[in-house]
Design a protein around this ligand. Structure first.
Ligand code: GDP
Ligand code: MG
Length: 293
């Protein structure tokens, strides 16, 4: 008997959703950042076992809409929930429930789906009873898990539980496939990841990456040309850095990540462009692929 289904991983920003997703599918398909709110695309990860397939949706961190991009993120998160068989409500198990967790729990309770409480970042393996209680009172949970997504602790148990909860059904994807994201998109995300990692606080929220050219060549490295968009000249200055050193660093690190993903040599060319207020302008968002119609 084969089991298959869809699972959404939700939780406030920074609880470890992307880390878990990467662990589950055994490959880096979602960027991980210590800065909140970094996942913009709905990423599907596919976990294939002999007797089951679980398709994961990594929803962007749900938060109150602050500007247009925020609204798009929230819309996509809620519509994701309507499509799944099970919701993983992920929290930081080291600290008690806060406003962000409550807000996500409220959204989750609007769709009538079974919800698993997953308490993450418990690298040492236990949850404090009063912390656990603060989460349990946020909703009705069909089960709970204590995990460390970073170190893989409790993840296999979680997988077994997920599989057991999936309905009978066929495989939706080729078992070789781990995501439906194009390598082009993933390359852009890996570049954005390095921008977030290497630059100061004022840059991250106003950065977008567009991959302009992605050319696999029979001889020589794959050629990738990408543009990093920022909102202000000052941010462009930060990204380029003194004598272009920052951009060089971003390029070197991103190239390393992309090379690993593609398993081939690449030639990466990066440009930085100022596109004022791109977050507020629907047209710009559309151009960058954040609005799907
Ligand atoms: P997301 O915003 O929910 O997708 O969170 P990320 O997966 O990007 O992770 C946010 C931060 O938490 C990163 O710095 C991760 O390395 C860290 N993190 C994720 N899982 C764990 C964990 O199990 N233990 C610890 N100590 N840190 C974790
Ligand atoms: Mg994420």
């Amino acid at each position: 008997m084969f089991h298959s289904g869809f699972v959404a991983i939700v939780g406030r920003p920074n609880v470890g959703k992307s880390t878990l997703l990467n662990k589950l599918v055994g490959q880096k398909i979602a960027i991980v950042s210590s800065k909140a709110q970094t996942t913009r695309h709905r990423i599907r990860g596919v976990l294939s076992r002999e007797d089951a397939q679980v398709v994961f949706l990594d929803t962007p961190g749900i938060h109150k809409p602050l500007h247009l991009l925020g609204e798009q993120l929230v819309k996509s998160a809620v519509s994701t929930l309507a499509e799944v068989d099970l919701v993983i409500f992920m929290v930081d198990g080291r600290t008690s429930a806060g406003r962000g967790d409550r807000y996500v729990a409220e959204l989750v309770s609007q769709v009538k789906k079974p919800v698993l409480l997953v308490m993450n970042k418990l690298d040492a393996g236990k949850a404090e009873p009063e912390i656990e209680a603060s989460y349990l009172e946020l909703g009705e949970f069909t089960g709970k898990h204590v995990i460390s997504a970073l170190y893989g602790k409790g993840v296999e148990n979680l997988v077994k539980d997920l599989i057991a909860r999936m309905p009978e059904g066929p495989a939706f994807y080729d078992p070789e496939e781990v995501t439906d994201q194009t390598v082009r998109t993933l390359a852009g995300e890996l570049i954005r990841e390095q921008v977030l990692r290497l630059t100061s606080e004022e840059v991250p929220h106003s950065v977008a990456v567009r991959v302009d050219q992605f050319e696999e060549r029979h001889h020589g490295p794959t050629y990738i040309h990408a543009t990093i968009f920022v909102e202000r000249d000052s941010q462009k200055g930060i990204l380029i850095g003194h004598k272009g050193e920052m951009l060089k660093k971003i390029g070197t690190q991103a190239r390393e990540g992309i090379t690993k993903m593609l398993d081939t040599n690449i030639f990466l060319e990066l440009h930085v462009k100022v596109l004022a207020n791109w977050r507020k302008e629907a047209n710009s968002l559309r151009r960058l692929g954040y609005i799907v119609e």
